[in-house]
Design a protein around this ligand. Sequence first.
Ligand SMILES: [Cu+2]
Length: 887
Amino acid sequence: MAEQPVAVFQPPPAVVRFFDRTEEAIRSRLAKLTFFQRVFQLDRDWMTRITMLMVVASVFWGIVGAFDIFGFQPQVTAFALGQPLHLSNQAIYSSLTLHGIRMLFGFAQQLELALFGIIFVTAFGLTPRHKWAYYLSVILFNLSLVLMEGPFYLYPQFNDSYFPALGWYFYSPLGIRGLSAYIASPLWYFGWIALCVAVLIWAAWMVVHFLDWWRSHRGQVRRIPPFALFVIALVVLIPLSYVTVLASSTWDLFNYFGVGPVNPLINQVLFWFFGHGFVYILFLIPITAFYFLVPIFAKRPVYSYRAAVAAAVIFTVLTPVLSIHHLYLTPVPPWSAWLTMTLTFLIVIPSAITFFTVWMTTKGVKKGEWQWNAVTLFLLLSFAGTMAGGLTGPDNNTLSFDIDLHNTMFIVSHFHAIALLSIAAGGFAVVYAAFPLLAGRLWYSPRLAQAHFVSTAIGWSGLVMFMDLLGSDGILRRSLIFPLTPAVVNDQVWLTVFVIVSIGAQVFFAANVLLTLFKGELLTVQGLSLDEIVRKMAQSTHPKPTVPISDEKFVRRAPRARREGAERAWITVVVVLILGVIVATSPLTLSDSTTIGTPADPPAGSEYLSLVNYQYYWGVQESGPIVGSFSDVMVVHAGQWVAVNATAQGATGGFYLPFRNLPVVDIQVIPDAMSYWLFQAPPVPGVYAAPDSEYNGPWFGQDMAALVVLPDTGTSSLASYQSSGGEGDIYNPPVMAANGAFLIADQEGLFDNSVPGPTLTATPGTVSFQYYIPTSSIGVDNYLVNVTSTDPNGQLNYLAAHNYTLPYHLGIYAINTTEGDLVPVTTQPLRIGSVLNESATLAAGVYVYGLVSPVPYVYNPAGESTWMTGSQQGEIMGLWGILWVSP
Ligand SMILES: [Cu+2]
């Protein structure tokens, strides 16, 4: 890159001179140490140095973010294998949040900004300006990730459990002081604001340089290189997306300090204008990689410039507007759900154009002219991964399918397919093609590059596959407590194996990077074009390169008219197919989204359920043929129509009946808004589990209710429920005989790893079984002993001081369907550490057993819970189940 003379008319301001001098002092001292000099490229120009700083920081966050998943997945696997958990729920969900934040922003976004910045400056031959604006952006960016982590304590006791346990997307008002039972540290919101400002500064810096180039080339530019169209798309989409999350985060922060109106629904919609746009911002990595690298290796221009322009323009125009396809089950107006669905289908068009253009660019390249080095291999993986991951998108986008898929592991599989197989694979292609330019050295080891590719491809594919299988099993995302069917246990274990393979694979890459920095052959670029330099760098990842790196003159054989004909035919086919899909899916979409947003007109004899999703149980009010007021229990008759209206307090929840053999019920439930659904209860009497399908804080796993379906009249046994598999809902609690049952509580405060606990069956007469809550099950996770203490033994000391008796009762309660309550048949104090006998003479009917009201709990392991630190409380109901007595 030729240094152009910069006209200096006046000396820079004093503060800039001070920064420059300080930087120089640090740089020259560190540069004496070879390690720092090599890793941070301290003898190079500032743009290279700052880019290396971003790359190193992004690798740092990538490593931390990858290891974060060890705070979740091995815990889940431990649960699956019946082993004790080592972390609190709070710590487990914090790990998951930070995994998302660090991977998406610290790693992927930072790497994207680093690479796009330097490639743009290099490819356009620009002289970078405004060094300190760039530094400010990088410093703020990394600071934001530290802020989002929240405070942790080394003293009086090491405690890192106060990290945010919100999920990377936080559904307002979850986490907000005064509005939610789970409060995140305000640093989280400051972190988001810092992130927005950092990224906006970067985008402004890019705009300034683009204008530099435009001014100096006025009148000479006929075509902007196709890949640069997508760099421009990035610079346009960043402000459009980040401004909305800046707004929602600022709004949250005001609410946090008690200021201003609160509207969780609008706040979520605002967030998702960012949430979706951001994913597409990252998706520009592989797209740009295709347009930049494929023509270089095919040694010919992109097949159709027109098509590339069309793809870039459609992509940029559609992305900001389709965001709320993430909120299909939310009570938004039906027309908006339909519109976002339609626009989302349309965004397949630019991707289809890109696939076509990139594929056709390689057409006619002979076998001997193409080499599978690490760059082209990762390009291939990304190309295939974009298609595979992209193809699960339309399933999510079809509202009637989304009801089944929403918040299951299928979604997690979809976005990991995109994040890993498409985005990260494209990112590695760029890194393999660009890193030697930064390092000034060729790749050290082609074998390590090959090993990295193969192990990464295996790890990622396995990971995506087993997430998908867990989704097919019916497992909800972020679920820590789930049904232990053999398939689920198997898939959880294999998922963990592939997580380890995926992370282990990166050791090959890290080793190669370090060896390259210290031992790589020096890169010489004299007399080479940019394309030739890229080929030369890529060649160093192949053990026996045979294809020459030199540019070749390319003459297209297919005449322009024929190419345009092929282009038109392809795009027409895609458009016709998509229009067909839109027409086919529209009626159901409009009717389903109407059902969520507007109260239905239920048939006579319907049961009305008025639900409130608390943190962390369901408050149930019933009217209709059955009258009642329950916690976590909903009672209806077989085949009866059920009209649900639901809202939430403190956090967004979900009402979810995951039937397999009947239409699934799945609606998002939001504070200050009302969601509706009308469904017909299963025809077979039994106990159907209703997990809370939305994330409402660290005890979300315990947040499970039961739909108790009574026979139309009289009593009936559970035989047909059992033989029909409970309509395929795998969350249904296991069924066992009451007499002789021995129910043991686990360390989460649940019977037999299940909420509700096992459904017990008996015949009329004397029914007796036993409970046991071992002293060993009492710990910081167990909500049963609510002791706020800095003493880790506080809970056990409390028990000893209270004769191992808690201020709650276990019992058997009859469900009274006319008076509307639970009627105690027998009760006894809840004692820890002794076997408790439960015995009663029961008539035919349905009963609830156990601890049948929610237990308040405050999580405060080291007494460090404050609003500055974060805090959590909630009311949990876990030690209960249904007792079914039938002739
Ligand atoms: Cu989206």
